[in-house]
Design a protein around this ligand. Structure first.
Ligand SMILES: Nc1ncnc2c1ncn2[C@@H]1O[C@H](COP(=O)(O)OP(=O)(O)OP(=O)(O)O)[C@@H](O)[C@H]1O
Ligand SMILES: [Mg+2]
Length: 345
């Protein structure tokens, strides 16, 4: 039996209106997340990962419009009033932003910013606030946390700022963490430490996580399932191990192949040949078709929908008492894809 999803995105769509015209950055995303699950969200730059996370928390400013449904524990966040939304944001749901500087208040000491979150979203008061703030800085590996509380964001290095932001995001004991490239500015040791911390919190708090990352090594280490985005759309969803063993979308195959050699973990993704899609002028059919080596006329005739395909249980894997999550793909040639590394380029 699979548990009910805590979060369900239904036909989530985010449109931006710019001087160049309108374009759809998030294009009908459907996605579910279960309690305590870590879902990786991957895809090349501009595919809509950050906008998806910002849309969940309604942080897309006009002239951007978000439609569809964001069902959080059964409530549609897109239908809440702004005061109701403020209680959810930074409380039940926290976000670690891709650019720490835009998320931190430059004129407030880090300690104050943590205490503010604690005051707003927890029962703590008085001295307990400061003690907890110190504890949080310690948790994310900031040395001399007591002294650091008085520091301003500009006095922190990039890596320290990222850690401070993680501390703020975790201060409210969120039930859902939206983590946008949370460890990119950190060296490998600290990155490991932060990822282990997130996994621990997921277990102790039952926290669910959507983790946006460029690093497939981080995905392998941290995520149970992966969703792959391309041109604002989810093109493949699979349990992480299955995705690595046998991608079922030509774009995912390209992603895996773009990381050279056997040690494809711990390496940044290399670009896939061909130009990234222009969101303002997407082709009629599969948006990846112009760059894909498997393209047939069928691919360009109409947009392939995201459909369920049977789960490819790994041979070495014992039968699981829980239902294997479904695999989804929007590639009509999913059964023709050979394993990563074996395809002719
Ligand atoms: N406020 C905005 N106004 C107009 N366009 C925007 C805005 N925010 C994002 N975009 C555009 O939406 C698209 C998706 O951007 P997004 O930031 O979600 O990409 P991403 O997948 O997070 O990329 P990266 O890996 O580089 O972080 C891009 O074309 C981006 O330029
Ligand atoms: Mg981003």
């Amino acid at each position: 039996m699979m548990s009910q999803p805590v979060l369900a995105l239904k036909d989530l769509r985010t449109v931006f209106h710019t001087a160049r015209g309108s374009f759809t950055a998030v294009d009908g995303v459907n996605l579910e997340l279960r309690q305590g699950e870590v879902l990786g969200l991957v895809g090349e730059s501009g595919s809509g990962k950050s906008v998806t996370l910002r849309s969940i928390l309604r942080l897309v400013r006009p002239p951007g419009g978000v439609s569809g449904e964001v069902l959080w524990q059964g409530r549609n966040l897109l239908a809440l009033s702004e005061p109701q939304m403020r209680r959810v944001r930074g409380g039940e749901i926290s976000m670690i932003f891709q650019e720490p500087m835009t998320a931190l208040n430059p004129v407030l000491p880090i300690g104050e910013q943590i205490v503010e979150t604690l005051r707003e979203h927890t029962e703590l008061s008085g001295k307990a606030l400061r003690d907890r703030a110190v504890e949080l800085l310690e948790l994310v590996g900031i040395p001399s946390p007591k002294e650091r509380l008085r520091g301003y964001p500009h006095q922190f290095s990039g890596g320290m700022r990222q850690r401070a932001m993680i501390a703020i995001a975790l201060a409210s004991n969120p039930k859902l963490l939206l983590a946008d490239e949370p460890t990119t500015a950190l060296d490998v040791t600290i990155q490991d430490q932060i990822l282990k911390l997130l996994l621990r919190l997921k277990d102790t708090l039952g926290m669910s996580v959507i983790l946006v990352t460029h690093d497939l090594g981080v995905v392998a280490q941290t995520c149970e399932r992966v969703a792959v985005m391309y041109a604002g759309r989810i093109v493949e969803v699979a349990p992480a191990a299955e995705l690595f063993a046998q991608p079922r979308h030509a774009y995912t195959l390209g992603l895996l192949n773009s990381v050279p050699g056997a040690e494809r973990t711990r390496r940044p993704l290399l670009p896939i040949p061909g130009a990234p899609p222009d969101l303002a002028a997407l082709p009629l059919g599969c948006p990846f078709a112009p760059r894909c080596t498997f393209t047939t006329p069928e691919c360009t005739a109409a947009r392939p929908p995201l459909v369920v395909i049977s789960s490819t249980r790994l041979a070495a894997e014992p039968p699981s008492p829980v239902e294997t999550p479904a695999r989804l793909t929007a590639c009509i040639h999913h059964d023709k894809l050979t394993k990563a590394g074996e395809v002719a380029r």
